[in-house]
Ligand binder design. Structure first.
Ligand SMILES: Nc1nc2c(ncn2[C@@H]2O[C@H](COP(=O)(O)OP(=O)(O)OP(=O)(O)O)[C@@H](O)[C@H]2O)c(=O)[nH]1
Ligand SMILES: [Mg+2]
Length: 378
C-alpha cells in the first residue's frame, strides 16, 4: 500500500511527510524545495490484538496501540500548467504511478499562491481544483496517443498507472460517453480523464497550517462546499514527534493531546504550549488522523496478525504478535499465506483463526484484527 503526498509548492508536503515518517528531509519556505521524491514508511493506528486475546507480553505496541506500517512518498510541487512543462513539469508524477491514494496538502491560511509564492488570500479550493485537472491532463496526454484504439488498448496504455479496463468503462459510463468505437476528443476526453482520476484513486485534502490566521475560515468554506477536507498542522506534529523522540513528551502519533515527561527549556515550553492549545481546538494535529482515514476509510484496509504458534501467538523466535499487516478488505486466508511466502500459498492446507479457535479454509475472507496461523504441507 502506497500513499502519495501531493500539492502545489510550499504548502508543507515535506513537513507532513517528515512528521509522518520521522525522516530528515529538506523543508524550506520557498517553492520547489523538493525535487526528487522522498520515500519512507509511516504508520496507521490499530488496537493491538493482544488486548482481545488477553495476552500480557506483547512487545510491539504502545499501550495497546499498534502502529502498522504503510509506504508513503512526498513529491515535488505541482503548478498550474505543469502538463505544458510549467514549474518542474509533471514528469515526477511518474513517482505516483503506484500510489493507491493521495493526500493533497494545501495552505489553509491562503498565504501562498498556486506557485508557492507569498499571497494575501489564496483560496485553497482553487488548489484542489487545479491539482485534479493536472492529473486529468496527465491521463489525457497518454490517451491522446490512443485516439482510435479499442477501450481495451486504451486501458492497456494506462496500466502503468494501475488503471484497468473496468475503471475506464466506469468512468465512461459516469460521463455518459460511448467508447466502444474509440475515445472521444477535446473536452469530452478531458471529462473522461477527470472521471478516471476519481475512479483510480481517492484524494483527501489536508488543510495544513491551521495554526495561521485565516485557516479556520477557509476550512469552513471547504466543508460548506462538501469537500472532504481535514484540519492539519504538520509543523506541530513534526515538533511533537521530535520532542517525543528526545523524551520530553509522552505522545503516540494520533493522540488528541500529549503530556510532558522530561525537562524542557523555556523556548521548548513555549512551543509546546501553542501546540497544546492547537490540539485542544482541533482534537489533535490532524496528521495521523488523515493517514488513518485514507487507509481505513478510503482504501478500506484491515489489519491482520500472522503467527506461527497459535497457542502462544508467536513466531519461531518466540516474539509475540511479531507482525501486523495491512491488507485489502476481502483478503482470503490463502492470499494472506501468499503475502507471507509464495510457498505457503501453494502448499496451503488450512488456516487457524486464533481468536475464535476455529479452522478456516483457503477462501475464507479475513476480518479486521484477525490473528491467523497458516497450516501448510511440505
Ligand atoms: N505555520 C506553519 N507552517 C508550516 C506548516 N507546515 C509547513 N510549514 C512551513 O511551510 C514551508 C514549506 O514547507 P515544506 O514542507 O518545505 O513544503 P513543500 O510543500 O514540501 O514545498 P516544496 O517541496 O517546495 O513543494 C516551510 O517554511 C514550513 O516550515 C504548518 O503546519 N504551519
Ligand atoms: Mg517539499
Amino acid at each position: 500500500m502506497l500513499v502519495g503526498v501531493v500539492g502545489a509548492p510550499n504548502k508543507g508536503k515535506s513537513t507532513f511527510f517528515a512528521a509522518a515518517t520521522a525522516a530528515e528531509v529538506q523543508i524550506a519556505n520557498y517553492p520547489f524545495t523538493t525535487i526528487s521524491p522522498n520515500k519512507g514508511v509511516t504508520y496507521v493506528r490499530a488496537e493491538c490484538a493482544h488486548l482481545s486475546l488477553g495476552i500480557q507480553n506483547c512487545s510491539r505496541c504502545m499501550n495497546g496501540t499498534r502502529l502498522v506500517p504503510v509506504n508513503i512518498v512526498d513529491v515535488a510541487g505541482l503548478v498550474p500548467g505543469a502538463h505544458e512543462g510549467k514549474g518542474l513539469g509533471n514528469k515526477f508524477l511518474d513517482d505516483l504511478r503506484q500510489a493507491d491514494a493521495l493526500i493533497q496538502v494545501v495552505d489553509a491560511s491562503g498565504k501562498t499562491d498556486l506557485y508557492g509564492n507569498p499571497a494575501a488570500d489564496q483560496d485553497p479550493l482553487e488548489e484542489v481544483k487545479f491539482l485534479k485537472e493536472e492529473f486529468a491532463w496527465w491521463i489525457c496526454q497518454i490517451l491522446e496517443r490512443k485516439k482510435h484504439a479499442s477501450s481495451k488498448e486504451a486501458a492497456q496504455s494506462l496500466s502503468g498507472l494501475k488503471i484497468t479496463e473496468a475503471m475506464l468503462a466506469n468512468a465512461a459510463r459516469r460521463c455518459g460517453l460511448d467508447i466502444s468505437s474509440g475515445l472521444p476528443a477535446g473536452t469530452d476526453l478531458f471529462r473522461l480523464a477527470e472521471a478516471l482520476v476519481d475512479e483510480r484513486m481517492p484524494i483527501v485534502v489536508a488543510y495544513n497550517k491551521m495554526d495561521l490566521p485565516g485557516a479556520e475560515k477557509n476550512l469552513q468554506k471547504a466543508k460548506e462546499r462538501g469537500l472532504e477536507a481535514f484540519p492539519c498542522c504538520a509543523a506541530a506534529e513534526f515538533a511533537l514527534r521530535k520532542a517525543a523522540m528526545r523524551g520530553i513528551v509522552q505522545y503516540t502519533p494520533g493522540d488528541s493531546t500529549f503530556s510532558i515527561k522530561g525537562a524542557a527549556d523555556e523556548r521548548q515550553m513555549e512551543a509546546l504550549d501553542w501546540i497544546f492549545a492547537l490540539m485542544k481546538k482541533n482534537g489533535g494535529t490532524g496528521v495521523q488522523q488523515i493517514i488513518d482515514y485514507v487507509v481505513y476509510r478510503k482504501l478500506m484496509a484491515i489489519v491482520v496478525y500472522p503467527v506461527e504458534d497459535e497457542h502462544k501467538c508467536t513466531n519461531h523466535k518466540g516474539e509475540v504478535l511479531p507482525d501486523a499487516l495491512l491488507v485489502p478488505q476481502g483478503t482470503t486466508a490463502r492470499q494472506l499465506a501468499a503475502l507471507i511466502h509464495t510457498e505457503l500459498a501453494s502448499s496451503f492446507i488450512c488456516a487457524i483463526d486464533v481468536k475464535r479457535k476455529v479452522r478456516i479454509g483457503a477462501e475464507h475472507a479475513l476480518r479486521n484484527g484477525d490473528v491467523i496461523k497458516v497450516v501448510a504441507g511440505r
